[in-house]
Design a protein around this ligand. Structure first.
Ligand code: BGC
Length: 438
């Protein structure tokens, strides 16, 4: 374990999403998806962490962690429960929540779309109908006009690459389709919508003279795809192109790469993000398999690496590799908008956090402009298909009693946030034999 310093301007925080923590909302697509029986442990996001009723308590958790920033998302289906009907009550709730963050010097980074959306939107054909982006844009206008004085930093879409591949290609997220053409069409819609939302947020905040520099980005899930065999390398390239590149290039520059280019549009040339939002979790080793009934690839684990509870390889160098790759290409500031591990026993998380931050510090010393880090996530939550079975939280959440308990790594993270780095004293305080495994 080695010390590192992230710099005084660097900001550390946590990230959450509304459908995964709030509970109590029957209007969103994930509630319906849960009722339809798609969740591993049959749990339902209607429960989650009951955060909707515990905002003050959870803000205390953030304060205990000494975070300088917090990423949260808004639930579109609460704000606009019926098409064109906006809930002032929901908006007041979010204003109060965000005001509390600001009052405590925690800078909000607000996501407008984090996988879940209103059931009515999906019933109207969702992103498959080109006109429907107008509904999302109308919602964004309402939100930014109402929150833009408190919030300068926005994420348009969370992981549009995960959203489109899980929802429209593999069919395991709502709306559960398995159609590559549809997945590409939805990607195109999302890119165009992102570009419009980017401009709209800037326009509204400028018109109203809202304080603070407007920062808009998209949080992309970027994976490292490596391979050992020659065929594996070819397939890894293809997977990387489909999963990482199409939407990274699209949301950053507005440009449609092939085959999106066949759909027309997407010929805007520009830069439509103020920061690169990077969610990084793991690396996959890709192998080629010939099975026409399946996909043409297989992900294999690297046996030499530690694993999370979900079996994901722990590969901290990957965060450095993705940041370097995209910084070299775009020269834009980077916010690592998510990074975390499911580790119920909490004996891998401390090293996980320290090692990933070490690589971020290394990147910074090489001139890569990484400005923020958001740990995923504040407390154990409703983890989509995995339901309540994972443990990504710095705090453990008992879903029955709603009791939150700090894991040991919460203490370590609180010290890292306070010191903006890892010092010798901290290593002594937290480690056994040079490692944070307790
Ligand atoms: C998503 C989160 C999710 C996390 C852990 C990210 O892909 O943005 O919503 O909980 O990964 O799987």
């Amino acid at each position: 374990m080695v010390t590192f310093k992230l710099g005084d301007q660097f900001m550390l925080g946590t990230a959450t999403s509304s459908a995964q923590i709030e509970g109590g909302d029957t209007n969103n697509t994930w509630y319906k998806w849960c009722l339809e029986g798609h969740i591993k442990d049959s749990s339902n996001c209607i429960n989650a962490c009951d955060h909707w009723n515990r905002v003050e308590q959870d803000t205390e958790l953030l304060k205990n962690l000494n975070v300088q920033t917090h990423r949260m998302s808004l639930e579109w289906s609460r704000i606009e429960p019926f098409p064109g009907e906006f809930s002032e009550e929901a908006m007041k709730h979010y204003r109060d929540e965000i005001r509390l963050l600001v009052k405590n010097n925690i800078k909000p980074l607000v996501t407008l779309h984090h996988f879940s959306e209103p059931i009515w939107f999906q019933d109207m054909g969702g992103w498959k109908k080109p006109f429907n982006c107008e509904y999302f844009i109308r919602y964004v206008r309402y939100v930014v006009e109402n929150l833009g004085d408190l919030v300068s930093d926005w994420v348009t879409f969370n992981e549009p690459n995960v959203y489109t591949s899980m929802g429209y290609l593999i069919g395991i997220f709502p709306p559960g389709e398995r159609n590559i053409i549809e997945s590409l069409k939805v990607m195109a819609q999302i890119i165009n919508t992102h570009v419009r939302v980017y401009k709209l947020i800037h326009e509204i905040r400028r018109e109203h003279n809202f304080n603070g520099k407007t920062m808009v980005g998209c949080a992309m899930h970027l994976r490292v795809f490596d391979a050992i065999t020659a065929t594996g390398k070819m397939v890894a390239k293809a997977v990387n192109y489909y999963f990482n590149e199409l939407l990274m290039v699209g949301t950053t520059t507005g440009r449609f790469l092939f085959p999106l280019s066949l759909m027309g549009g997407g010929d805007k040339k520009g830069i439509y993000v103020d920061f690169l939002g990077i969610n990084y979790y793991t690396r996959n080793i890709v192998e080629f398999v010939f099975d026409p009934s399946q996909y043409f690839y297989l992900f294999v684990n690297d046996r030499s690496l530690g694993k999370s509870d979900l079996g994901w390889d722990i590969y901290p160098e990957g965060i450095y590799r993705v940041c370097k790759k995209y910084y070299d290409r775009y020269r834009l500031p980077i916010f690592t908008t998510e990074n975390g591990i499911s580790d119920r026993k909490d004996n891998k998380r401390p090293d996980f956090i320290a090692d990933h931050l070490y690589y971020i510090a290394k990147a910074i010393t090489e001139g890569i402009q990484i400005e923020r880090y958001y740990y995923w996530t504040l407390m154990d939550n409703f983890e989509w298909l995995e339901g309540e079975t994972t443990s990504f939280g710095l705090y453990e959440c008992n879903f029955k009693t709603q009791e939150r308990t700090a894991r040991k790594s919460a203490q370590l993270y609180a010290d890292i946030c306070k010191n903006k780095g890892l010092t010798k004293d901290m290593i002594e305080k937290f480690s056994k034999s040079g490692h944070f495994t307790w």
